[in-house]
Design a protein around this ligand. Structure first.
Ligand SMILES: *Cc1c(COP(=O)(O)O)cnc(C)c1O
Length: 437
């Protein structure tokens, strides 16, 4: 080998130089890549900044495809420096062509990005936590924490356990039992707070200032939120290195929505995908609809609400990234729509019956909004539309317990089975619930 080839930039050495620091989203002031999230000058939120020229020189479709089968194949675009990130198999979830759901709704090119089967805790939050905890270790934290609507607590507790970090999570005290147990089992400290998510979050901001812990969605938020970009990258790669025409995703704080957008724009910027207009549509529950309301009323500020919906995982009444989500929906010619709790349950059942995917209430919200947008003519049947399903139905069984029907309970005898089968075939699903053979 000659000296020239030895010093040439290796396509694999993409690690440390891409992460350039933090920048205020409002005034542009720049900061070092430390555990901080608010601009000292204007109090705007901080965002990670990269050297895209460096990424462009070192990353190709081939180097990505040769990477691990997880979010870490996109490490060059993530705010970490280590060569050994915490890789618990997060990401690269299926992108499913949803033909039966599409036919039911009158669409032609519908895809489901299925994070109901994300690893390790069956929601999209594993993406943001894998990134946040990798950065937390780099920054020297030994205790990690979060303010959660449920899924984030699951992810933080599980991945902290794997990484050997101490963990203390904060949740509202009225969460679904699957979400509570799905946190406790990893043996963190769990604080169930009498109050809604926004009150939990406020308490956590105070704790973050006094305890020196790494709060994934507070002082580590700039790093944490970047993990959601992988939902954009994966869809591009799984569509054969193309952008979709339209995406539909749930909105809680609005972060996920804005980061899918950022992920798409970055791949265009570094030349990995051809540019094209993508419409961004967002889903909220009627019982927690601050962004949908601002969209409808044509306002560019968000009025906080007090959440009251079965879609607890997306029940954030004062969404930190709400105005940015609004802006993206408007400038991409998308929509933000809301649905009620009954429609959410119908959405869960519709996705299960047509595609074999059992999602939680956030996914039910997103499917119900998809249906509403199609019926209103706001999604063109020919558009390649990707719907983001972000969580798993086994965590929110309370939501569908009373509407999923009952099994045909029978004696262990052939004639009992035959009689039950006949009844099952003649009764419609709702009547099944009353049947006792
Ligand atoms: C947290 C969460 C969201 C939305 O998160 P934001 O980034 O805060 O908008 C969506 N779906 C599920 C299942 C979640 O847990």
């Amino acid at each position: 080998m000659t000296a020239t080839t030895l010093t040439a930039t290796s396509p694999l050495s993409t690690t440390s130089k891409a992460l350039a620091g933090l920048k205020c989203k409002e005034c542009g002031a720049q900061y070092e890549a430390k555990a901080t999230h608010v601009c000292e000058l204007c109090f705007g939120p901080l965002e990670v900044r990269y050297d895209y020229e460096h990424i462009k020189r070192t990353v190709t479709r081939e180097t990505i495809a040769a990477g691990p089968n997880s979010i870490w194949r996109y490490k060059a675009f993530l705010p970490v420096e280590t060569d050994t990130p915490i890789d618990v198999g997060t990401g690269m979830t299926p992108l499913l062509k949803a033909n039966r759901l599409a036919r039911r709704l009158g669409l032609k090119n519908l895809y489901i990005k299925n994070d109901a089967v994300n690893m390790p805790t069956l929601s999209f939050k594993d993406r943001v936590v894998s990134v946040a905890l990798t950065r937390a270790v780099e920054l020297g934290f030994t205790t990690v924490s979060c303010a959660s609507t449920g899924n984030l607590a699951n992810s933080t507790a599980a991945i902290a356990a794997h990484a050997g970090l101490d963990c203390c999570v904060f949740i509202p005290s009225d969460l679904e039992s699957g979400k509570v147990l799905g946190t406790l089992i990893y043996n963190p400290i769990v604080m169930a707070v009498h109050g809604n998510y926004d009150q939990v979050n406020r308490l956590c901001s105070e704790v973050a200032n006094t305890h020196g812990w790494g709060f994934v969605n507070i002082n580590l938020r700039p790093y944490y939120s970047e993990g959601s970009k992988t939902l954009g990258y994966e869809v591009i790669e799984q569509l054969g290195w193309e952008l979709p025409d339209h995406i539909v995703a749930p909105l809680a704080s609005g972060s996920l929505f804005t980061k899918i957008y950022k992920g798409f724009r970055e791949f265009v910027e570094v030349g990995l995908v051809e540019d094209k207009d993508v419409r961004f549509s967002g889903a909220q529950a009627e019982g927690c609809n601050p962004i949908a309301t601002a969209f409808k009323e044509n306002r560019d500020f968000i009025s906080p609400v007090k959440p009251n919906t079965i879609a607890k995982s997306i029940a954030i009444g004062n969404p930190a990234d709400g105005v940015y989500a609004l802006d993206i929906a408007r400038k991409t010619n998308g929509n933000i729509e809301e649905v009620n709790d009954e429609e959410i349950v119908e959405g869960i059942k519709l996705l299960a019956e047509t595609e074999g995917i059992f999602t939680e209430t956030a996914g039910g919200t997103t499917i119900a909004v998809l249906k509403k947008l199609v019926e209103a003519g706001k999604i063109n049947p020919d558009e390649t539309t990707v719907v983001y399903i972000t969580g798993n139905g086994l965590k929110t069984v309370e939501a569908v317990q009373d509407s999923a029907g009952q099994p045909m309970t029978i004696e262990p005898k052939l004639d009992a089975f035959e009689r039950a089968l006949e009844r099952a075939r003649t009764l419609d699903r709702l009547e099944w619930q009353q049947v006792m053979v």
